[in-house]
Design a protein around this ligand. Structure first.
Ligand code: ZN
Length: 272
């Protein structure tokens, strides 16, 4: 048995064919098929190919299959008792997302006076969603990753490879085009909000909750009261386009908004 094939059999045990049938491959079968299906044949014959649950190192898989096949193979597929495969990304997806975000934001700091590590922000955004019973691991992973494309060297392709197409879509939906000037990006956020898919709207509201909270409690250095006021007013217009999905999350935003305005007003009383 050659060494390469042994490695392949460690990762590949299941696949779904083009008619939606679920197949289990024994190690020996897997070795044979794995070699036989390498690249072109596999792609043509099967709609997709899935790996076993657990950590599948993409660099190993690329030795056997090309990019388009490898993108389908990721942890999160589980086998039911009746031997059907279901994609059930759970804690492993969340922790990989957290680790990826922490690594990519490692040199980042928040703009606030306390200059807290940037990773605190995506963690807070995901926590807001958990606190209103959002439990979809892909939505929570996207919340953890929501600023990686905008603010770090991570690309949408990186996210798809590591976390699958859904996480990539969600992150891209809440990512600004950084080549545009700030006022234009802000205008586009208001314009695009109503057209976002429901889960992207949830991430958008949670992001605004955290940012408005920070503008109330730990505003960026040098931000005037007027600028803080304008910022919270703008988030209100963005959130207006995201309403109707989760009333608890919206109520939480309304509370944070009210509190931030009260804080800015209180400071206004002292400063002006
Ligand atoms: Zn954010």
């Amino acid at each position: 048995m050659d060494k390469t094939a042994t490695h392949l059999s460690d990762y590949m045990h299941w696949f779904v064919d083009e008619r939606g049938r679920h197949w289990k491959l024994g190690p020996l079968c897997c070795i044979t098929k794995g070699v036989q299906f390498k690249n072109s044949v596999l792609k043509r014959k099967y709609t997709f190919f899935v790996g076993t649950v657990g950590s599948v190192p993409a660099d190993r898989l690329q030795e056997f299959f090309d990019e388009s096949v490898v993108s389908w193979i990721r942890p999160g597929w589980e086998c039911d008792e009746d031997e059907r495969m279901t994609y059930r990304p759970g804690l492993s997806l969340l922790f990989r997302a957290l680790r990826f975000a922490a690594d990519h934001h490692r040199d980042g700091r928040r703009k606030g006076v306390d200059a807290s590590p940037y990773i605190n922000h995506p963690i807070a955004v995901a926590s807001e969603l958990v606190s209103v019973s959002v439990e979809d691991p892909e939505v929570l992973a996207a919340a953890l990753l929501h600023d990686t494309v905008e603010d770090t060297c991570a690309t949408p392709e990186d996210l798809e490879r590591e976390f699958g197409p859904r996480v990539r879509e969600l992150v891209e939906a809440v990512t600004d085009d950084k080549s545009l000037p700030s006022h234009e990006r802000k205008r586009l956020q208001v314009e695009h909000a109503p057209g976002l898919e429901p889960d992207a709207k949830l991430i958008k509201i949670a992001d605004k909750i955290c940012n408005v909270f920070d503008v109330g409690h730990a505003p960026a250095e040098g931000w005037s009261l007027e600028r803080r006021r304008e910022y919270v007013d703008w988030t209100e217009r963005v959130v207006a386009g995201c309403r109707g999905i989760n009333s608890e999350l919206e109520a939480r935003y309304d509370d944070v908004l009210r509190d931030a305005r009260a804080r800015v007003d209180a400071e206004t009383g002292g400063d002006e």
